[in-house]
Ligand binder design. Sequence first.
Ligand code: AMP
Length: 535
Amino acid sequence: MVRGRSQSPILGIDLGTTNSCAAVVDARGTPRLVGESAEGRVIPSVVAFSGEDATVGAAAVRQAITNPTRTIFGAKRLMGRKVSAEDVSWFARAAPFRVVAAPNGDAWIRIGKEGRSPQEIAGYVLRRIRQSAERDLGLPVTRAVVTVPAYFDDAQRQATRDAGTIAGLDVVRILNEPTAAALAYGVHRAGPGRKIVAVFDVGGGTFDISIMAVENDLFEVLSTSGDSALGGDDWDRRVVDRLADEIFDAHRIDVTGVPVSLGRLREASERAKRDLSERQETAIQLPYLGQAEGGQPVNFERVLRRGELESLTADLTQRLAIPCRRALSDAGLSPAEVDQVLLVGGMTRMPAVQAMVEEIFGRKPKRSEHPDEVVARGAAAHAAILEGEQGEATLLDVTPHTISIRVGDGSLVPVISRNSMLPVRTRKLFATTMDDQRHVRIEVYQGEGRDAASSRKLGHVTLDQLPSGPAGSVRVELIMTIDVESILRVTAREPSTGREARVRISPSGGLTETEISRIIERRRDEASREPEGDP
Ligand code: AMP
């Protein structure tokens, strides 16, 4: 069925760490990127504040170098995360802006005197995308499918929904990025039988690998792995460092200490890296990059060859192999059992990265003309499925983390194992451990650690008024379910009386309804001050 475009469509949004974009399925049934201009279709996920005003996207990037403490990037790394998490503190140490703890321990960002949640920052990006899509389509947009990495936990998924609410969007479905990519590549239409697909995704800041099984219209994520500290920016930094060393040797000046010079060097290095995906050599020209000691201007010029870029970054390319092996082993598969490898993310345009993929999996990967758009296109395809307009692909997901409960000595007993297919329901029977024990408190944890200290506590359920009796005589049944939206429900039941206690584990922390309303209110005030359109 083909849509007559008078009704507002569900937008498919790829909310990325580095860049974001959105797509809809057009009247011919083909997903296409939307946005007011070709330039504005993929926007950097960056928000900058100056005074009361916020700037989003490319304009925010342009002013970053002169306003580093108020230019916020990488909000996706902080959404739904505690400030104490290891990778959050790693990111916070390197970021030029301040990452602080909200009263509940969530990672927020300090801008001037104010703390802002990463959901609010992502909300700016989503709002910009929504408005840009509305202008392009000439229709209001109120609903969206937003993609997240397959390993995102409950809190991170909820934070993504909240960012949507802040942007005036009803997030009708959170979709796994590799599932979206597989949909966009049309893997499910490639003939009968179960196919094993690897989705290899390298963006600006992160690397994700997912192994999926696709059969007819069923998509099942078998395992995921990755390196959240490996992305295109690392390749750029290698070039920047090499060029800065050469400039120092030639002119005795350190351009990395001069923000404007460093910004230009970064931009030129990234551009050179992109160029070298197409050709064997490229010229880098940076006139007036700095001033030598005697006051004379430093003009930097040099040719960079593809081979040189590849040897400067060989170890980074090598690092891509480790998570792939881990994901294959988690899925219980050998590289030879993978039928297709799909490339996602701008960095997969680099020939050395493609060669690495071929080396790991022993086959040529499938490439798309626009690897940085496939996730948004897949999200749009899924939105069309939800609207009942295309096929009936069912998306089957797995839980990315093990769910365990804590027992007496502080160790954890797994109840639902990682990579279980959703929806999942398990049942376990326990017995009291003390005479006349009147209540049990069951604490639920998420993570692969063996003890409570190294895992994340999700919540607890307490069942009281247990019948009295000697230790071991009273039984408690524990039922856990995770639905297709990754919502976890825990029920504790005493079978002889039928007494039960339940808890729906909503992510610990996160924004409250009041906080979300307050942010929306603030955005309204800001919008009323803005000139027509977005900056
Ligand atoms: P994404 O997050 O998917 O938009 O990917 C962004 C990353 O892809 C950045 O590090 C870009 O420099 C990189 N990238 C984009 N185009 C190319 C290209 N032609 N060759 C190499 N890297 C690229």
